[in-house]
Design a protein around this ligand. Structure first.
Ligand SMILES: [Zn+2]
Length: 385
């Protein structure tokens, strides 16, 4: 009898602490449904946390996030081994207590993640910084598309390539960090948090490639982790994308638009090359809808061969490496939906805003989408039109 009372007493503090972590988690989920509270917590707490912990983790050369993942795997294995041991030795109460401790750890991590990252998903999307108001006619659209294609062709043909023909990243991680610090300063968005953390190269880039991951921002450590193993032209848009997350734009579409604005408007050749590789297809789509198929074909054919070579090398790389892509996509979709992004992984894509008659194939209505508006704005700025 005495023994039983003693064991119950030892379980009670763990149960109380577990109850507190669960209650806190439920409370945070309820608060998250109020947009104004989410904005306040994002800009008042998450911003502060990312600034402090991003600043601290930037003093460490390796990725704390990567270390955290390995630590989690190790801890889970230890708990499983202990539960097996308890099963063999018939120590049910010890197994129960360790399960409560395990759940306390899980809910504590969930609470920290929710406070530092999840509220930011609920922020209202920002307006574009580089957004053209005008809707160019077919002649102007043709001229501006020709302007960007010519700039791309000069860059692509002169850019350094490796033995396989793939573009080469000409910078070290530190040099890229200095470039992006300056680019985000130049963008000067009032929506974004002021602090721009340095990005980190993960040790397990190959594993990231197998999971088909280009980059991950982890708010609790304030770190933007980049896969530097992937095709080089995708590195600048990925860095700009992950840094946008770190600076308060958690929605994938918003982070992409920040990345495109930065890369397409940059004076840096590597960044502009990356922006063009990611966005020229959207500009050409607009040409197709506004100027017609003949003009589309003419401009498409005027693209440097390098455009097609690089995309083919890009797909070749991912076909070879992304063996676990489906698993990653499933969990990313689930994670985004649980974070309040209803469309899941479709949140990455910026579609054409067009309605086409299915029978005649004629364009019924067309509006420039955000990528196309960025091109128009930059063209007007650069040419003074
Ligand atoms: Zn992202």
């Amino acid at each position: 009898m005495k023994k039983n009372t003693g064991e119950k007493t030892r379980l009670l503090p763990a149960l109380i602490f577990f109850g507190i972590t669960v209650l806190l988690f439920i409370s945070l989920l309820i608060v998250k449904t109020f947009p104004e509270a989410s904005e306040t917590i994002s800009t008042g707490f998450s911003r502060w946390w990312i600034g402090v912990f991003g600043g601290l983790s930037s003093k460490v050369s390796f990725s704390l996030f990567e270390f955290f993942i390995y630590l989690c795997i190790f801890v889970i294995i230890c708990f499983i081994a202990f539960w097996i041991y308890c099963g063999v030795k018939k120590r049910g109460r010890a197994a129960l207590k360790s399960l409560i401790v395990f759940l306390i750890i899980v809910f504590t991590i969930l609470n920290i993640y929710t406070l530092t990252a999840s509220f930011t998903y609920m922020r209202k999307s920002p307006d574009l910084i580089y957004a053209a108001e005008e809707e160019p006619d077919s002649q102007k659209l043709y001229e501006l598309a020709s302007y960007f294609i010519e700039d791309f062709n000069i860059l692509a043909e002169n850019f350094e390539k490796d033995d396989s023909g793939m573009f080469v990243n000409p910078y070290t991680v530190n040099e890229l960090n200095a470039i992006f610090q300056e680019e985000y300063r130049k963008l000067n968005s009032s929506y974004l948090f002021t602090y721009t953390p340095p990005v980190k190269e993960v040790v397990s880039s190959v594993m990231m490639s197998e999971l088909s991951i280009c980059g991950i921002f982890f708010a609790p450590t304030g770190e933007a982790n980049i896969n530097f193993d992937m095709p080089a032209f995708y590195i600048p848009v990925t860095i700009a994308h992950e840094l946008a997350h770190a600076k308060g734009a958690m929605q994938e579409r918003d982070a992409n638009l920040f990345a495109y604005q930065i890369c397409l408007n940059s004076d840096n050749d590597f960044l502009r090359l990356s922006g063009y590789m990611s966005c020229l297809s959207s500009l050409l789509s607009a040409v197709g809808f506004v100027c017609g198929e003949e003009v589309y074909n003419q401009l498409h054919d005027s693209l440097s061969e390098e455009y097609f070579v690089q995309w083919s090398l890009y797909y070749e790389y991912w076909n070879k490496h992304s063996s676990l892509a489906k698993i990653q996509e499933f969990f990313n979709d689930l994670y985004l939906k649980l974070s309040g992004v209803e469309e899941g992984v479709n949140n990455y894509y910026i579609e054409d805003e067009v309605i086409i008659d299915n029978n005649t194939n004629e364009v019924i209505s067309f509006e420039y989408n955000d990528i196309q508006k960025i091109f128009i704005y930059i063209y007007n700025e650069k040419t003074g039109l």
